[in-house]
Design a protein around this ligand. Structure first.
Ligand code: ADP
Length: 257
């Protein structure tokens, strides 16, 4: 528990630092982008200059996207909790997922329609799942399959990480390279990445873990070198009193609890 507290304080400090830097960087980049856009409009008709300017704009845009991710990470505390239908949320993202993959990869889902809703932040959950799909893609260098599944599980007995209760387990699996034990041990540490400079931020899994834990759930990672990885989010099922009148699930949610 002492370790956990230390880890939480460290995360908090990193979050604040990241947020501050990201905020200032974002403002700077917006100023740079604004000036570049004006230049682009007024540039004399010299075709050799346009690609240079386009490069600069693209670079600034990528920097801005990165600072957005850092800001999202540091804003972990501002969650908008509401009941979420997992099947609908994932269905709505399939096009997006497909566009994020390469053509040598396939994606499939196995999610029953009858799942009870979970209580979490829908926007953050979408972002978390996209992070997992992108990680799965990056782990599969020569073809493979991403599989997204969801089932509901009852824990009669809790453990040190999870209260007893009713959860939906969402898993993203890949058939990629897997993680060696050191990588697995450090995977959720902020800024830990094996993807190299300019490619990985090391903020994906910490964000996913932060969201899961702030929703009252937990993250689990199973990985086997050379075989693949499964990352699972256990999210608590929304209770009836969490659901607004008009959105009460028709299922036997109350009987299940
Ligand atoms: P990033 O993707 O920017 O590196 P993450 O926090 O999402 O940051 O992941 C941290 C590290 O964990 C990755 O660099 C990679 O080494 C490892 N990792 C994450 N997901 C997978 C996966 N599906 N398969 C293999 N390794 C993974």
């Amino acid at each position: 528990a002492r370790e956990d507290l230390f880890q939480a304080q460290k995360l908090e400090a990193i979050g604040q630092l990241t947020g501050g830097i990201a905020h200032d960087f974002n403002n700077l980049l917006m100023a740079v982008l604004g000036s570049l856009e004006i230049l682009k409009k007024r540039l004399p008709d010299d075709p050799s200059l346009m690609p240079l300017l386009q490069n600069a704009i693209q670079g600034a845009e990528r920097g801005a996207a990165l600072t957005q991710r850092m800001l999202a990470f540091s804003r972990r505390q501002e969650l908008h909790m509401a009941p979420i239908g997992v099947a609908g949320l994932i269905d709505g993202m399939m096009n997006f997922f497909e566009r994020s993959l390469r053509s040598d990869l396939t994606i499939r889902t196995d999610i029953p329609d009858s799942l009870p809703p979970v209580l979490s932040d829908a926007v953050q959950l979408e972002s978390a799942l996209l992070n997992l799909v992108v990680n799965a893609r990056d782990a599969m260098t020569t073809g493979g399959t991403v599989t997204i599944t969801a089932i509901d599980v009852h824990f009669a007995q809790g453990d040190d990480k999870l209260q007893p209760g009713h959860y939906v387990k969402i898993s993203v699996s890949d058939t990629g390279e897997g993680m060696d034990p050191e990588t697995l041990a450090r995977a959720t540490t902020p800024f830990f990445t094996t993807k190299g400079v300019g490619k990985g931020t090391g903020l994906g899994l910490p964000m996913v873990q932060g969201l899961t834990e702030q929703s009252g759930g937990r993250l689990s990672i199973d990985s086997e070198e050379g075989k693949g990885t499964t990352v699972s989010l256990f999210l608590p099922v929304a209770r009836l009193e969490d659901c607004p009148e008009e959105k009460k699930p028709a299922s036997d949610l109350s009987a299940a609890r």
